[in-house]
Design a binder for this molecule. Structure first.
Ligand code: HEC
Length: 139
């Protein structure tokens, strides 16, 4: 196969598997329509999933390894826990640094809905390691 034919075939295969993974037009959204967080989940999927990962909405925008990391790849919210204030701060200021993430992607009620949703669903796959107390010798 010539290089460009191969690329086209690969792209077609990727698209097909993406369509399968998407299922029922829900695009991987696992928050029930009746949930108070549904609106925030949809907004997050539409506005934030390009750069952040969060499996409950099927978002995979974060880097998965150092090799595919791009500058716009933001934190993975499966692992990183955020509270409402942190999310609102990040939305208003463009992340914590203000350097990469665009500011005010969502506003007002929408921003609050995203913040409430993300505060509830972030950090669910964070590792909980039991801490081992150690006693240090003191002089
Ligand atoms: C163009 C890519 C991009 C988009 C779109 C984007 N972000 Fe980000 N975001 C980033 C990057 C990169 C960082 C990390 C750098 C920083 O904090 O300045 C970040 C950081 C954050 C942080 C701080 C996380 C932490 O613990 O450090 C939060 C919270 C956040 N984003 C939420 C959101 C929400 C909510 C949306 C949608 C409204 C969104 N982001 C859209 C790229 C993006």
């Amino acid at each position: 196969m010539r290089a460009h034919t191969k690329t086209a075939a690969t792209a077609a295969a990727l698209l097909a598997s993406a369509a399968l993974a998407g299922g029922c037009g829900s695009q991987g959204l696992k928050v029930a329509k009746s949930s108070p967080y549904h609106r925030g989940a949809v907004l997050f999927r539409d506005h934030c999933s390009g750069c952040h990962t969060l499996s409950v909405v099927g978002a995979q925008g974060s880097a998965t390894s150092i090799k595919n990391r791009v500058r716009t790849a933001g934190p993975n919210f499966n692992i990183r826990k955020e509270n409402v204030e942190q999310v609102l701060y990040a939305i208003r200021n463009g992340g914590f640094s203000g350097a990469i993430m665009p500011e005010n992607v969502v506003l007002g009620d929408d921003a609050r809905a995203v913040a409430a949703f993300l505060a509830t669903y972030s950090g669910r796959q964070a590792q909980h390691v039991t801490s081992v107390p150690i006693t240090l010798p003191t002089k």
